[in-house]
Write a protein that binds this ligand. Sequence first.
Ligand SMILES: [Zn+2]
Length: 66
Amino acid sequence: MNPCPRYEKALILYSYQEIGRRKSVFLQRHLSECERCRSYLNGLEEVARIISRQYQPQLHLDIEDL
Ligand SMILES: [Zn+2]
């Protein structure tokens, strides 16, 4: 499901915790009343979990190489 266009970038930053506190409060207020952006954010968080799982073995190898 696509988010509201004006919130898309903020949602991506929010999923990486790269968003300022004031903006995140603003965004959370929108999320509480917008089903579309909520489901988009759920999708982003799912992708972030998959990526962090894939990168963990790589990080482990880097540590062993030191
Ligand atoms: Zn929205």
